[in-house]
Design a protein around this ligand. Structure first.
Ligand SMILES: [Zn+2]
Length: 142
């Protein structure tokens, strides 16, 4: 089984996670680690450090609660998080609450999906697209 390095969202220690189903905690500060099969909410506070330390490619969904098309993308990504467990990590950023990250990446319109590797953005999609299209986009970029 492949193991994954998951940074702690509080202290940013790197944790090795082998069992993707089991709830894991940070070896250093005991904070809960993000579940690899769920979409995880990142914030201005932990976004950059988390993305630089995780060993998986990360798809980030920039969204806001008032955005209708964003609600169509959410269930698709929830499903992908299960499907791509251990291969891709899925995260969300609420742009109303995390304006620094949104500004840093020039998010002008939502939903915007960005794909990161080693903390660097490699591609992005602006707008809501069907499941098959999004799946092809992810698989061709990882
Ligand atoms: Zn920790």
């Amino acid at each position: 089984m492949v193991d994954v390095i998951v940074p702690c969202p509080s202290c940013f220690s790197k944790n090795r996670v082998v069992n993707f189903e089991k709830k894991a905690f940070c070896g250093k500060c005991k904070s809960p680690l993000p579940s690899l099969n769920r979409v995880y909410d990142l914030s201005d506070t932990n976004f950059q450090k988390f993305l630089e330390r995780i060993s998986l490619p990360v798809v980030v969904d920039f969204w806001a609660p008032w955005c209708g098309p964003c609600r169509m993308v959410h269930p698709i990504l929830d499903k992908f998080a299960e499907e791509f467990v251990g291969r891709v990590f899925f995260a969300r950023v609420n742009v109303d609450e995390n304006q620094m990250v949104a500004r840093n990446f020039g998010i002008m319109s939502i939903p915007t999906l960005m794909l990161f590797k080693n903390g660097n953005s490699v591609d992005k999609i602006v707008g809501a697209y069907p499941e098959e299209y999004l799946k092809n986009w992810i698989t061709s970029n990882i």
